[in-house]
Design a protein around this ligand. Structure first.
Ligand SMILES: NC(=O)C[C@H](N)C(=O)O
Length: 321
């Protein structure tokens, strides 16, 4: 083969969405087009890579669950271990795309490129963004300069790390933004242009999930004025093995919740305080582990993975702080 091998794992989302109307960009069916149709829509793919596709799921990304995450991670590790695969692309709904990207960032063993891609307009819309996003994602996965950068997110001509990129707008096309740590690069006429040489986030851990069939249950509880601490207790009673609190500001929580958090930590159940602000570093406090730069949904993934390795509170804390 003249071009590098790129394997596409399709999971659904708006990029595979369809509607009867060409102007409908909100009420359409996510995950209704199969992987072959996605590839057929972009003949230019053949100019940059030897592409093969596999359908892992075909659903809106709010339905992506741990079974799909583990299957994806294991399949990608196997594919990247072969010479035939230079990189992989995962087509995915944008709503939880950053969670899957972050999970793969922490569980894929290889230095080869892992690229998450989605779209905000369904495939049936005028000026659908999916086909160009897919071409850019495949071009990136085939690019030599993309190695050693961790899992990446491609949408709207930007390259972000899966670690530091998040969805920031419910419906607009330019929804994916890097947090203050910045973008890795951008596409110019469809070709990746990196701002920096390869680097990965400081102290990024790696977890081996090859022998796992499931992940420890971690729930997120959202803090707000007049918050009822019973929400926290309900999560514990429901079997959570760890809890992330989407706190206000620097992970602050009401005084009424603090004794419950303290007790949970003393009982060996880790509680991570993150922030609902969408940006910034949450620092360690007496009442719970600080999530660092991770937003609640990413802190949930890391806490769950940490619990697959240890129940030692200091060790769990060391993954975050
Ligand atoms: N733009 C999108 O992909 C949103 C869609 N609801 C999803 O996450 O599956």
């Amino acid at each position: 083969a003249d071009h590098p091998g790129v394997k596409i794992y399709a999971t659904g989302g708006t990029i595979a969405g369809s509607s009867a109307s060409s102007t409908d960009t909100t009420n359409y069916k996510s995950g209704s087009i199969g992987v072959q149709a996605l590839l057929d829509a972009v003949p230019e793919l053949a100019d940059v890579a030897e592409v093969t596709g596999e359908q892992i799921a075909n659903t809106g990304s709010s339905n992506i669950d741990q079974e799909i995450l583990l299957k994806l991670s294991k399949s990608i590790n196997e594919a990247l271990a072969t010479d035939a695969t230079h990189g992989v692309v995962i087509t995915h709904g944008t709503d939880t795309l950053e969670e899957t990207g972050f999970f793969l960032d922490l569980t894929v063993e290889s230095d080869k490129p892992v690229v998450m891609v989605g779209a905000m307009r369904p495939a049936t819309a005028i000026s659908a963004d999916g086909p160009f996003n897919l071409l850019e994602a495949v071009t990136l996965a085939a690019d030599e300069g993309a190695e050693g950068r961790g899992a990446m997110i491609v949408l709207n001509d930007r390259i972000g790390s899966a670690y530091y990129t998040t969805k920031t707008n419910a419906i607009m096309m330019d929804t994916f933004k890097a947090t203050e740590q910045g973008y890795l690069g951008a596409f110019i006429s469809g070709k990746p242009h990196f701002y920096y040489t390869p680097a990965t986030p400081t102290d990024k851990p790696h977890f081996d999930v090859t022998s796992l069939d499931g992940l420890p249950k971690v729930d997120i509880v959202y803090a707000h004025q007049d918050m009822d601490p019973a929400l926290f207790t309900a999560a514990l009673d429901n079997g959570a093995k760890g809890i992330v609190i989407a706190g206000s500001g620097n992970g602050s929580i009401p005084d009424t919740l603090k004794p419950l958090v303290k007790q949970a930590m003393e009982d060996g159940l880790p509680v991570v305080r993150s922030t609902r602000t969408g940006n910034g570093i949450v620092t360690a406090k007496e009442e719970g582990i600080g999530s660092g730069a991770l937003n609640p949904q990413k802190a949930r993934i890391l806490l769950s993975l940490a619990l697959t390795e240890t129940d030692d509170m200091d060790k769990v804390r060391s993954y975050f702080e």
